[in-house]
Design a protein around this ligand. Sequence first.
Ligand SMILES: [Zn+2]
Length: 422
Amino acid sequence: MDPMNPVTSGRTGLPRERSRAAMSRPARQSSLREHNLSLVLRHIVDSPTRTTRARVSEATGLTKATVSELVDLLVTAKLVTELEPEPGERVGRPGVPLIPAARTFVGLGLEVQADHIAARAVDLQGTTLYERVTVGDFRLSDPGDTLRQLARLVTPMVATITSQGSRIAGACVSVPGLARLGSSVVRYAPNLGWEDVDVALVLRSSAALQGISIEVGNDADLGALGESRTRSRLAGVSRMDQNFLYIAGEVGIGGAVVLSGDLAGGMHGWSGEIGHAVVDPDGPMCNCGARGCLEQFAGKDALLRRAGLPLTYSTEELRAVALGGNLEALAALNDAAGALGRTTAAAMNLVDVDRLILGGAYAVLHDLLRPGIEAELSTRVMARRWIPLHVEGAVSGEMASLTGAALRVIDGVVAHPTPWVA
Ligand SMILES: [Zn+2]
């Protein structure tokens, strides 16, 4: 059986609308092989439990023989690992459990935020292998200086990964601003003070990052992506069943909409800028040039200022102060929750989702913010009378965007495994 031939897509083995297209046979075969390899690898990577060749065959509709040959290729390429056979569910040979390979391929998630820079290396299993964070003030920073500092942060990590024989599949840089996934340019990051910065160009001037493919992405988009994948894996919920509005509180506030497991990025990949929804047209000036934006009421700096705390305080410290009964901190959180509830109600009415996930710094504060947000949603979201609305803290933790950036690279390997198999 030729592993390039699927059994599910008709007599010619091509999707019907493309079967008469003017593709040459070798091109057609290589794209089918890529498609089928990706299909099999996707199933193994996304499977919440150990899977087997038989289960991959059932789930993908490919024949057992085809799956077997494709799995052999993935095992040889160290993308998939076979475990010791376990007793079979049926009569006959026991199934060989298949899992994504550990520590062989690594996605580098990098991040620049107003108050820290960070790097995290994640493998095909989604396990964090290495992580480094430097806390600092990167508000209105020089992009060259900041990115060179980020390169220095990640250099020892790259050296360790390569000395251990792992392959770096690429890097994705999370930034709080307009940055389209797949490009290398940050168009506008108001809190960093960056405009039209080619991040890959600067990072590649570091010897450690030369030859590594580098893309940028918006922090909330990547946080939502990380959250979606983490939820699928932890709860065994299929990717297709992931639908939610995600808001991430940092110094700025980002948002993202996930529909059927995919980011709804908008025409230019810039959707989700809920942090600049207007709360009070006469409110404080925002770094974006407008007045009274949500992040001036509910962003991390705004929360700390309103609570009378230093801007160097972490979210955990703010939480501890509020739980200690500090009235100013509680009032700051209450006001922020109200503003968040009113703006997210508008977004939920607009895009029709019933789940709001609080990410970034809000993941740490979600139980304190939730009552105030729910009070607004319960009076403002039209669908509330017919469907239950859910407000939940992110399960992927405070630095979900960093995980999401690394998983974006891993996603790329899974979507296009051929270069790594070859
Ligand atoms: Zn603004």
